[in-house]
Design a protein around this ligand. Structure first.
Ligand SMILES: Nc1ncnc2c1ncn2[C@@H]1O[C@H](COP(=O)(O)OP(=O)(O)OP(=O)(O)O)[C@@H](O)[C@H]1O
Ligand SMILES: [Mg+2]
Length: 268
């Protein structure tokens, strides 16, 4: 069958199920999910622990194969790629962001980013120069030579996001990107992700159980026991207004506004 693809469609899952385990102990993590994500939108996968969010993100990245159904990445079934091609595709077009950042603690902030660029084939000097440019965009330049553990959690997450898009990824998955952050920093991160979708025209998929993220999403996919329970669109509530921000614990509005003004992402 010829798939009709839309070039804005970054990923499509068609009737996907994923079962883990062996005969005696099977877990169905994802049940018959049909879902697309497009360039320029932020999709929120919302569900309680164990509802299949991480499994869905992993399927979307072609890191695991579905037990049933198909996963199309940029219009092609992941099963049609050989492992080498899939790895290249991941390196060039996909960016992953994790709750715990997964930065290499023994490397400087600059090295964390430039290493990814070197893996993708850039020479050392070019990689470092591109990494510096990214750090500038994310208002992280002053941390270039610092080690990740000396940064705040929110700063670390910004480094992780800079790293995820370093190669120009056009599909970004973020697994609980705000879970380790206090609310002011969480706000900065979700606004940054939204800007990558809207101004950067990337497909951004965020998995979370945090209801505060709902108003930042273009589409909210609610999961329960591995299945889609409901899809909502247009739930955003004046996302740019200061009033719509989530409550903070002991942090002043001025401080949040200052943090938000710090990063400027260019989307050339
Ligand atoms: N590799 C695996 N082997 C066996 N079972 C797994 C595996 N990965 C996930 N599961 C199971 O699949 C179900 C969905 O897990 P998943 O990690 O996708 O949920 P989640 O929504 O991301 O949860 P959380 O919010 O806790 O991160 C869970 O019951 C989990 O135990
Ligand atoms: Mg998870």
């Amino acid at each position: 069958m010829n798939e009709v693809t839309n070039e804005r469609e970054a990923v499509r899952l068609a009737n996907v199920s994923k079962v883990f385990g062996t005969n005696s102990h099977l877990t169905t993590a994802v049940r018959d999910v049909t879902l697309s994500a497009f360039a320029g939108e932020l999709v929120l996968l919302l569900g309680p622990s164990g509802s299949g969010k991480t499994t869905l993100l992993t399927l979307m990245a072609g890191l695991i194969e579905p037990s049933e159904g198909s996963v199309l990445l940029f219009g092609s079934d992941v099963r049609e790629y050989c492992e080498d091609e899939l790895q290249k595709l991941r390196a060039r077009r996909l960016g992953f962001i994790f709750q715990n950042f997964l930065l290499v603690d023994s490397l400087s902030v600059l090295e964390n980013i430039s290493l990814v660029l070197q893996f993708a084939g850039k020479g050392k000097a070019a990689a470092r120069s591109a990494a510096r440019g990214l750090l500038r965009q994310f208002a992280l330049e002053r941390f270039a030579n610092a080690f990740p553990l000396r940064l705040s959690q929110g700063e670390r997450q910004r480094v992780a996001i800079a790293r995820a898009i370093a190669n120009g990824a056009n599909l970004i998955t973020a697994d609980e990107p705000t879970a380790s952050l206090e609310s002011g920093q969480g706000l900065v991160i979700i606004e940054l992700l939204r800007s990558l979708a809207h101004e950067g025209n990337r497909g951004v998929i965020v998995a979370s159980h945090d209801l505060r993220l709902v108003k930042f999403a273009d589409r909210v996919v609610r999961l329960r026991d591995g299945a889609i329970e409901r899809v909502d669109c247009g739930e955003r509530l004046q996302p740019n207004s200061v009033e719509s921000r989530w409550p903070t614990r002991g942090e002043s509005q001025e401080k949040i506004q200052a943090d938000r003004g710090k990063w400027v992402v260019s989307h050339d």
